[in-house]
Design a protein around this ligand. Structure first.
Ligand code: UN1
Length: 509
C-alpha cells in the first residue's frame, strides 16, 4: 500500500497533461496536426501528432544513411551501453509511461506495467545480443597461411513500422534490435499511438543515441509508403495486419534497389484445444485471460476454443460464470478488467462481426456495457458458438471468443482445421495426457505453442515470439536469432604468408 497509493495519485495528477509527437527533423513547411484522443473517452484529447511530410522522409533517410557507417563502427559494446542507458531512463520515467499507456492506448494498469516491463526487457536483452554478436569475430577453419572469419555489420538504414496494441514494447523492440546490429533506424509508430513512441525516442536521445541514428516519423499510411518505397531502405521490421504486410512486401519488391530484408509479425486465428483430462479451474482462468485480457487486442489472443464434447457443458458453464464477472469500463480505474478497443473503426468492425453471427442463430453470450461508457470505443465482451473455424474469414481483434465442440476421435481433424486457416501464431492445449501433447506439438503449425497455461504474454528471452504462414516471416522477437537477422555477414579471408598469393603463383611456374 505504501507504494501503491502514491503511484495512483501520481498517475491521476497527469490527467490534464498533454503530449506531442513530431518528426525528429522538421522542415520549415507547415505539417498537418491531428489530435490524439483517449479510446475510453473520445472527447478527451491526450495530445497532438504532427505528421511527417514526404520531403522530411527523404531528409530523414539521408541523415540516417550518412551516419550509419559511424554507428556501425562504434561496435557492439558501445551500442550496448547506450541501449542500457536508455533502459535506465525508461525505468526512471515509469509514471509518465504508465499514464500514457492508460490514456493514449486505453490500457489497464496491469497491462501498462507489463508493456513497460517488456520494453525495458527488449532494450536490455538486445544490449546483451549486441555484445554477444558484435564485439568479436567468429573464427572459421582454413588452411595454414589463411586467416578466415566472419564479422557482422549493420545492413544500413532500417525502417520499423509498429502497431498500436503494443505502442511502447513493439515500437522499441524491433528498433532496439536494428540499432544493436549497427543499423540506423527510421521508425513509424501507429498513427493512433505516436505519443508513447515519441517519449521513447526522446529518452533514447537523452541516453546518448544520436538523433540521426534513431528518428521518429509519425503519420499514417502515406508516411509508411514514402519510407518503404525509398530505395535506400535496407530492411523493414513490421508488426501489424497481414494485409499491410503484403502491401509493404510488394512496395519493397517494386523498388529499383537491392533486395530488402523483411521481418513481419502479423495476424492470427489462434485456437486452444481443451480435452477431458484438463483441470477445469485452470482452463477457465486461462481462457478468460487469453480471450479478454487487453480487451482481446493481442495478436497472440485466443479466438477459437475447441472443447471436447463430453466435458463441454461443465466447462462452458464455468467459463461463462467467470465471463459474467469481468468488470468493463475506464481502465484508469484499478478494478477494471476489460477496457476499450482502440478506435471507432475497430469497434465498428467487431460490431459488424457479432451482428452477422447473431443472424446465424447460434448460442451467443454477450455482456451489457455499463453506463458511462458511451463516450468511448467499448465493445461488450462476447462468446459465440460456431461449427467450424472456417466460419471466420478474418481476425477479429477484440473481446470476442468463439467456441466449437469436438469429439475425442476427431483430434487430428481439429489440428488440420486449425492449420488450414493458413495462420500460425499461437495455439494453446489443455491436456494431462502426454501423448496428446506430443501429437499436437508435432502437427500444429504455429510459432508459439502453450501447454496448460494461457497463450498470451510471451516473455522476452524465455518465449521468443513470432509465427509462420499468414502470421509472419523472419526470426522470433526476443529470441537468440532475432538481432542477427538485422545484420549482414562478412566472410573475411586473409592470406597471412609473407609474400602473399604471388609466392605460390611463382612456385607453380
Ligand atoms: C502482439 O499482440 O502483437 O505474447 C504480440 C504476447 C505479447 C506479444 C503479442 N508478448 O501476448
Amino acid at each position: 500500500p505504501l507504494v501503491r497509493v502514491p503511484l495512483m495519485q501520481r498517475l491521476a495528477a497527469m490527467e490534464e497533461r498533454r503530449w506531442h509527437a513530431e518528426p525528429t527533423f522538421r522542415s520549415n513547411a507547415e505539417g498537418e496536426t491531428a489530435p490524439i484522443t483517449m479510446p475510453q473517452d473520445l472527447t478527451h484529447e491526450v495530445g497532438t501528432r504532427r505528421d511527417t511530410l514526404v520531403e522530411e522522409v527523404e531528409t530523414a533517410i539521408t541523415l540516417a544513411q550518412q551516419i550509419q557507417p559511424g554507428w556501425d563502427s562504434l561496435g557492439g559494446e558501445k551500442r550496448a551501453l547506450l541501449l542500457e542507458a536508455a533502459a535506465d531512463l525508461f525505468e526512471e520515467h515509469t509514471d509518465e509511461f504508465l499514464a500514457l499507456c492508460q490514456r493514449e492506448a486505453g490500457k489497464t494498469l496491469p497491462d501498462a506495467v507489463l508493456e513497460l516491463r517488456e520494453a525495458v526487457d527488449f532494450l536490455r536483452f538486445y544490449a546483451v545480443e549486441a555484445r554477444r554478436l558484435f564485439t568479436h569475430r567468429f573464427d572459421l577453419p582454413g588452411p595454414t597461411g589463411e586467416d578466415n572469419y566472419i564479422s557482422l555489420h549493420g545492413r544500413g538504414v532500417f525502417a520499423t513500422i509498429s502497431p498500436w496494441n503494443f505502442p511502447l514494447a513493439i515500437f522499441i523492440g524491433p528498433a532496439a534490435a536494428a540499432l544493436a546490429a549497427g543499423n540506423t533506424v527510421v521508425a513509424k509508430p501507429a498513427e493512433q499511438t505516436p505519443l508513447l513512441a515519441a517519449l521513447a525516442v526522446k529518452l533514447c536521445h537523452e541516453a546518448g543515441i544520436p538523433e540521426e541514428v534513431f528518428q521518429i516519423l509519425p503519420g499514417a499510411g502515406e508516411v509508411g509508403e514514402a519510407i518503404t518505397s525509398d530505395p535506400r531502405i535496407a530492411g523493414v521490421a513490421f508488426t501489424g495486419s497481414t494485409d499491410t504486410a503484403r502491401i509493404i512486401n510488394r512496395t519493397l519488391a517494386a523498388r529499383d534497389a537491392p533486395i530488402a530484408t523483411f521481418i513481419a509479425e502479423t495476424g492470427g486465428q489462434n485456437a486452444m484445444i481443451v480435452d477431458s483430462s484438463a483441470l477445469p479451474e485452470q482452463v477457465t482462468r486461462d481462457v478468460i485471460a487469453g480471450a479478454f485480457q487487453s480487451a482481446g487486442q493481442r495478436c497472440s489472443a485466443l479466438r477459437v476454443l475447441y472443447v471436447q464434447d463430453d466435458v463441454a457443458d461443465e466447462l462452458l458453464t464455468m467459463i461463462r460464470g467467470a465471463f459474467e464477472t469481468l468488470n468493463i469500463g475506464d481502465p484508469v480505474n484499478l478494478n477494471i478488467d476489460v477496457g476499450p478497443v482502440i478506435d471507432p473503426d475497430a469497434k465498428a468492425a467487431l460490431e459488424r462481426h457479432v451482428a452477422r453471427r447473431k443472424k446465424n442463430g447460434r448460442t451467443m453470450w454477450r455482456r451489457k456495457l455499463p453506463s458511462g461508457t458511451s463516450q468511448g470505443c467499448f465493445v461488450a465482451p462476447t462468446i459465440i458458438e460456431m461449427n467450424s473455424i472456417h466460419d471466420l474469414k478474418r481476425e477479429n481483434f477484440g473481446p470476442v471468443l468463439h467456441f466449437i465442440r469436438y469429439k475425442a476421435a476427431d483430434l487430428g481433424k481439429v489440428v488440420d482445421d486449425i492449420n488450414s486457416t493458413g495462420y500460425g501464431l499461437t495455439c494453446g492445449l489443455h491436456s494431462r495426457i502426454d501423448g496428446t501433447r506430443r501429437f499436437v506439438e508435432s502437427r500444429i503449425r504455429v510459432g508459439n505453442f502453450y501447454v496448460n497455461r494461457n497463450q498470451i504474454g510471451a516473455v522476452v528471452e524465455s518465449q521468443p515470439f513470432g509465427g509462420e504462414g499468414l502470421s509472419g516471416t523472419g526470426p522470433k522477437a526476443g529470441g537468440p536469432h532475432y538481432v542477427k537477422a538485422f545484420a549482414t555477414e562478412r566472410a573475411v579471408c586473409i592470406d597471412t604468408t609473407a609474400a602473399g598469393g604471388n609466392a605460390s603463383l611463382l612456385a607453380a611456374d
